[in-house]
Design a protein around this ligand. Structure first.
Ligand code: CMP
Length: 147
C-alpha cells in the first residue's frame, strides 16, 4: 500500500474548509492513517520548501505557512500519490479544473488550500518529516472491498 502526505494549509484552516477537504478523501475511499494539527516554524518550512528558497516568493511563502496552524495527513491506498494529486488539481488555482479541490476552493497560488507529495520517493521523505512512525496507524476498514 502506498502512502502520501497532505498538508491542509493555513487558508484551508482559516476558511473552515478542513472538513470539506478531509471529506473528499474519505468519500473517495482513501484511508486516512494519520492526522494532526501543528504550527510550523522556520526550520520545518525551510526543510519542506527548501527547493524553492531562491524564488522571489519564498519569504512570503514562509510567512503564509506560519500564519496559522496547518493539518498534516498521512493517506494510503494503491496509487494514492497520483490519485491525491489529481484530486488536488493544478498548483495555480487559475488553472485548476472545477471538481478538483483547488479548482473548487482556492483563490490564488499564494493560498492554494493544500500540499500533496508529488512522487512516491518524495512522499516517503515528507511523511518522515511530519510524522513519527507511531503516529501512522494500521486499522481495518469495514468498507475496504473495492468493486
Ligand atoms: P505546493 O503544492 O505546496 O508546492 C510549492 C508551493 O509553493 C505551492 O504549493 C505554492 O503554495 C507555492 N508557490 C508555487 N509557485 C508560486 C508562486 N509563483 N507564487 C507564490 N507561491 C507559489
Amino acid at each position: 500500500m502506498e502512502t502520501t502526505l497532505v498538508l491542509l494549509k493555513p487558508d484551508c484552516v482559516q476558511r473552515n474548509l478542513m472538513g470539506e477537504v478531509i471529506s473528499r478523501f474519505e468519500k473517495k475511499g482513501l484511508t486516512i492513517r494519520g492526522m494532526k494539527m501543528l504550527r510550523l516554524d522556520d526550520s520545518l518550512i525551510t526543510e519542506h520548501y527548501g527547493f524553492l528558497a531562491d524564488k522571489p516568493f519564498f519569504p512570503s511563502l514562509v510567512e503564509y505557512m506560519k500564519s496559522s496552524p496547518i493539518v498534516a495527513m498521512a493517506i494510503s491506498w494503491a496509487n494514492v500519490v497520483k490519485t491525491v494529486r489529481t484530486m488536488s488539481g493544478a498548483t495555480n488555482p487559475v488553472e485548476a479544473q472545477p471538481g478538483t479541490i483547488r479548482g473548487d476552493y482556492a483563490l490564488s497560488i499564494d493560498g492554494n488550500i493544500m500540499h500533496a507529495s508529488d512522487s512516491e520517493e518524495t512522499a516517503k521523505e515528507e511523511l518522515e518529516r511530519f510524522f513519527e512512525k507511531n503516529e501512522i496507524f494500521e486499522y481495518e476498514r469495514l468498507d475496504s472491498k473495492v468493486l
